[in-house]
Design a protein around this ligand. Structure first.
Ligand code: IPE
Ligand code: IPE
Ligand code: MG
Length: 241
């Protein structure tokens, strides 16, 4: 198994990174920017075709208002600052979620602008999950099917997937969640059904290209079976299997 086609990162541990330095949580979010750029560059260089980054969940609205406001401003600054780099690297950018009316209109406009600016790029597709919830996407797909008048008997997994946002996105091959937490936190639920997982202990602001490449290396050693049997080795005979 070579390079995973679609890697999705749960960028976790910013708050703890700051706490360990006796800094406010926002300092951890600010320090996350370097990791984001490093991972985008590393993924692209490694030949990953699809990279998805979980930046803000539907549940994150439950954080204190000041932290939410800070994140909105920070993401806006990062998007504007790095737009030329993303364009130069041939990266197609899009934003998954981003439907809540609490998202500042200026940020929503920047999301739309970057999407339009990089629309024709074919280098790698970067999906930023912002105001994203996996369950919400599934409910929206169900609504969309019903609105389209699809008879119940005609609903297949393929058709259901076609009603999810960005239906051209392939299934996730590898999920990386930093900070040692081992949970999904409502991230791309449909598409991670058969993903491999990596849980590096490093906190997201410390995560660099080398850590990312370590995760790709671990992925390469996995045996993806999809419910079937391992690939036959020399000693195996068909009748034993
Ligand atoms: C991830 O870091 C960033 C967002 C969820 C926006 P956290 O803010 O969750 O950091 P910890 O988990 O509290 O350390
Ligand atoms: C998941 O991290 C969301 C993002 C990384 C954007 P959280 O820190 O919000 O998730 P929980 O609370 O640990 O499940
Ligand atoms: Mg967290």
């Amino acid at each position: 198994m070579a390079v995973p086609r679609h890697v999705a990162c749960v960028m976790d541990g910013n708050g703890r990174w700051a706490q360990r330095r006796s800094l406010p949580r926002t300092a951890g979010h600010r320090a996350a920017e370097t990791a984001v750029i490093d991972v985008i560059e590393a993924a692209r260089s490694a030949g990953v075709e699809w990279l998805s980054l979980y930046a803000f969940s539907t549940e994150n609205w439950g954080r204190p208002g000041a932290e939410v406001d800070y994140l909105m401003r920070l993401v806006r600054r990062v998007v504007r600052k790095h737009a030329p780099l993303l364009l130069a690297r041939g990266i197609r950018c899009r934003f998954l979620g981003a439907s809540d009316s609490r998202i500042p209109s200026g940020l929503a406009a920047d999301f739309a602008d970057l999407t339009t600016l990089t629309h024709g790029n074919r280098g790698m597709t970067l999906t930023v999950a912002f105001d994203h919830g996996g369950r919400r996407d599934i409910v929206e797909a169900a609504r969309s099917l019903i609105r389209a008048g699809v008879p119940a008997d005609e609903v297949t997994e393929g058709l259901f997937a076609a009603h999810l946002p960005f239906p051209d996105t392939p299934d996730v091959d590898l999920v990386i969640r930093t900070s040692g937490e081992q949970r999904i936190s409502n991230f791309m639920l449909w598409k991670v059904a058969y993903a491999e997982w990596a849980f590096p202990d490093v906190l997201w602001p410390d995560f660099r290209a080398s850590h990312f490449l370590d995760c790709l290396g671990a992925y390469r050693r996995r045996d993806r079976r999809f419910g079937r049997l391992p690939a036959p080795t020399n000693g195996d005979h068909d009748e034993d299997r």
